[in-house]
Design a protein around this ligand. Structure first.
Ligand code: BV8
Length: 241
C-alpha cells in the first residue's frame, strides 16, 4: 500500500496510465439518488437477496421478485447521472479511461455519454420470458403480464445470483483488464464474484474510491475514502493543472 496523499498519488497514476479500466458498483449511483445494496439503508436492508435476486426467486417468490424490480424501474425514471458520471464520460473522450465494466443496471454511465461500457450484471431496461426467453416490453413486465408465447413469468435481463455473466462482455473485460496498467474501482463492496476478481487479472496498479473499506482492500495498492462524485471532481481539477 502506498503512503502519502492518496488523492495526489491517484492523480499521478491516472495521468501516467496508458490504459485505465474502471470498475463500478452501486456506490457510483447513490449520489444520483439510487440506493446501493449493502450499506445500512441499502436495498438488502429491506429485501433478502435470495428472495429477490436469485434464480429461485422467480419460481418461488415471483410477487416479491416482481415488486423489487418494478419499484427500481419506476424509481430509475426519476434519476439522472451526477457529476462523477459526467467526469468519467469526459475522461473517456479525452482517452484517460479505456473502458467501464459496471455491476450497475441503471445505464447512468451510458446516459452520461460513456460508449465503452460493459454491463456485467445485465440491465433493467430490457425484458424476456423467464421460461422461453421470448422478448418482452417494460410495460408488460410492469403490468405483471405473462408471456404471450408460453404463459411464463416475465423478468428483466439482469444477471441473478446463480446465473452466468454475459460471456462475451466478461471475456472482453478480462482481456482489457489484463492489458491495463491501472484498475480504478469505484463504489463497490467487492462482495460479488466473479466481478470482484477482475482487478487481479491486471498486473498493474489497483486503486479504490469508496465510502468504506472493502473485503479485498489488503490486495489493493491505494484507497481514497469518500464520495465518488466528490473524489472524481477533485481528481478532475488536479488533472487540469
Ligand atoms: C455466478 C441482481 C457462476 C442484479 C446481483 C458463496 C461464496 C462466494 C461466492 C458465492 C457463494 N455463493 C454463491 C456465490 C456466487 C455469487 C456471489 O458472488 N455471491 C456473493 C454475494 C456471496 N455470484 C453469482 O451468483 C454470480 N454468478 O457466480 O455464476 C455460475 C457458473 C456456472 C453456471 C452458472 C453460474 C452472479 C452475480 C449476481 C449479480 N447480481 N443482483 C440487480 O438486481 O442489480 S448482485 C448485486 O450485488 C447487484 O448486482 C450489485 O451490482 C452487486 C454488487 O453490489 P455493489 O455494487 O458492490 O453494491 P454494495 O451495496 O455491495 O456496495 C456499494 C459500496 O459503495 C459500499 O461499499 C458503499 O460504502 C459504497 N458507496 C455508497 N455510496 C457511495 C459509495 N462509495 C463512494 N461514493 C458513494 N457516494
Amino acid at each position: 500500500m502506498e503512503t502519502g496523499d492518496p488523492l495526489k498519488m491517484l492523480k499521478e497514476w491516472i495521468s501516467a496510465s496508458q490504459k485505465t479500466v474502471v470498475l463500478t458498483g452501486a456506490g457510483m449511483s447513490t449520489e444520483s439518488g439510487v440506493p446501493d445494496f449493502r450499506s445500512k439503508n441499502g436495498f438488502y436492508a429491506h429485501y433478502d437477496p435470495a428472495e429477490v435476486a436469485s434464480v429461485g426467486a422467480i419460481e418461488n417468490h415471483y410477487e416479491t421478485f416482481h415488486q423489487f424490480y418494478q419499484r427500481r424501474i419506476e424509481d430509475l425514471k426519476k434519476v439522472k447521472p451526477h457529476k462523477g458520471h459526467e467526469i468519467l464520460a469526459q475522461w473517456e473522450s479525452e482517452g484517460r479511461i479505456h473502458l467501464i465494466a459496471t455491476q450497475n443496471i441503471d445505464r447512468l454511465h451510458q446516459l452520461a455519454g460513456n460508449r465503452n461500457v460493459y454491463e456485467l450484471h445485465g440491465n433493467i431496461r430490457t425484458f424476456r420470458c423467464a421460461r422461453c426467453d421470448h422478448p418482452a416490453g417494460e410495460e408488460s413486465f410492469l403490468a405483471g403480464k405473462r408471456c404471450p408465447q408460453c404463459g411464463g413469468p416475465l423478468r428483466p435481463n439482469v444477471v441473478l445470483f446463480g446465473e452466468m455473466l454475459p460471456q462475451e462482455e466478461w471475456r472482453k473485460t478480462v482481456e482489457e483488464a489484463s492489458e491495463a496498467d491501472l484498475i480504478l474501482i469505484i463504489g463497490t463492496s467487492l462482495n460479488v464474484s466473479p466481478f470482484n476478481q477482475i482487478p487481479f487479472y491486471s498486473r498493474g496498479k489497483k486503486a479504490l474510491i469508496n465510502m468504506e473499506p472493502t473485503l479485498l482492500d489488503d490486495q489493493l495498492d491505494l484507497r481514497v475514502f469518500g464520495k465518488a462524485g466528490e473524489i472524481l471532481s477533485q481528481l478532475h481539477s488536479l488533472l487540469l493543472n
